[in-house]
Each structure stands twice: as structure tokens, then as C-alpha cells.
Design a binder for this molecule. Sequence first.
Ligand code: CTP
Ligand code: CA
Length: 225
Amino acid sequence: LTTSSAAGQFAGKHIVITAGPTREALDPVRYISNHSSGKMGFAIAEAARAAGASVTLIAGPVTLPTPAGCTRVDVLSAKDMHEACMAAVGDADIFIATAAVADYRAQDVQSQKIKKSNDELTLTFVKNPDILASVSALSSGPFTVGFAAESTNVADYARDKLKRKNLDMIAANDITASGLGFNSDNNALHVFWAQGDKQLSAKPKKDLATELLGIVLERYQYKNN
Ligand code: CTP
Ligand code: CA
């Protein structure tokens, strides 16, 4: 997508985007979560809307304003996000999963505040549903785009997730690159699909979002023609 030609390129398309962290309760006052800011997903939502898409943004707890014209669904836990996504993707053309979904949740959420007692505390966690894999498993579901934040072997892990989750595309970033990624306003991505890949150099997430959507559109059209 070039800025001058972006208008209308996604007209008539419904894009569902997950963004931000999830929050998994331990007791009434505590939770586990992660440092995801939601900025990449919100930037993609804004760029997709600017390109004419109807956008549903399913957001974990973040402090960002809703991009103009996007429908926002706020959720906390991975289970809530999973439910909201399955409800939203019925008529979706494209699903983009930027959320940093907690892989595990506490097996038992304590109804009372956990009291300090022994020197060690052991909690048991169980696996959360994989939202992206659930969407890609739908028959005649949307074109699926995953994200992969990796600290080593970025390309190998990304290609593995592309295959394992049966995705149409995956955008990987190296979280060890300084000043990029989590919480930053800038990011760089290495995008993979079955037949190829493209490296998007470091730039503001807003510009990166537009560039990424250009590749999504190209691959989406290739798949659906
Ligand atoms: N994802 C998801 N639901 C989950 C976990 C991940 O939808 N329960 C999505 C993320 O939004 C991202 C992609 O799957 O688009 C890859 O997430 P990632 O955490 O990198 O992959 P995992 O399969 O969880 O593997 P790991 O954390 O071990 O690297
Ligand atoms: Ca994970």
C-alpha cells in the first residue's frame, strides 16, 4: 500500500485484529501478563481502516485510544479473547493476530487473596486455547496472519509456526533488537509465507503497518484468485 493509493484497497473487506497482552487472574487482586503495548496491532487497525476495510479490533488491556472508525472489543483473559475472536471471525476476510496471548493461565483462580505463608509458593498453570490456530482451523475461515516475537533462531521458529498453525503469513520480529518491538514505537519485521519472504526494515510501527498490509493484500489476492 502506498499512501497515495491506500484509500479503498481493502474496501468491502472485514479485518479482525487481536492486539495487546492478555491478563490471567491468580486471585482477586493479582494476575500474570506481559509487556505488550498493543501499538503494532492498533497501527495495523488504523492502516486497514484508512485503506477502506471494516475493522474489528479485539484488544487486551492497553492504554491506547481506539483508531477512528474501528469497532473495538475489550477483553482481559486469553479465554475471553478466544471467545470474542470466534464470535467476530464468522464473516471476516482477514485475521491478523498481533496479541501477545498468555500461553498459560492458573489452573485454579483463588476466590480469596492468596495469603503470604511459606518461603516458596507453587502455582499450577494450564495451557490456554491457541486463538490463531483455532481461527486457521475453521473451514472456509479468513486469510490468517500471525506474529512471532522471537529471541533466537527467528526465521526457523517463524517458518515452523507458519506450518504448524497452518497460516497464510507470519511476521516475525527479533525482540533482542534494541529499541524495537515490545513497547517501542518502532519495529522491523521479517514476513514469511509458503512461497517466499520479505524483510521490512526498522521504521515507525505506523509505516510498518501500511507496508505489511501491502504484502497481506498481495498474498490475499494471490490466494483468492
Ligand atoms: N497466539 C494466539 N493464541 C495463543 C498463543 C499465540 O492467537 N494462545 C498467536 C499470537 O497472537 C501470534 C502467534 O500465535 O500471532 C504466535 O504466537 P507465539 O507466542 O509466538 O507462538 P506460540 O505458539 O505461543 O509459541 P511460543 O510462545 O512457545 O514461541
Ligand atoms: Ca506464546
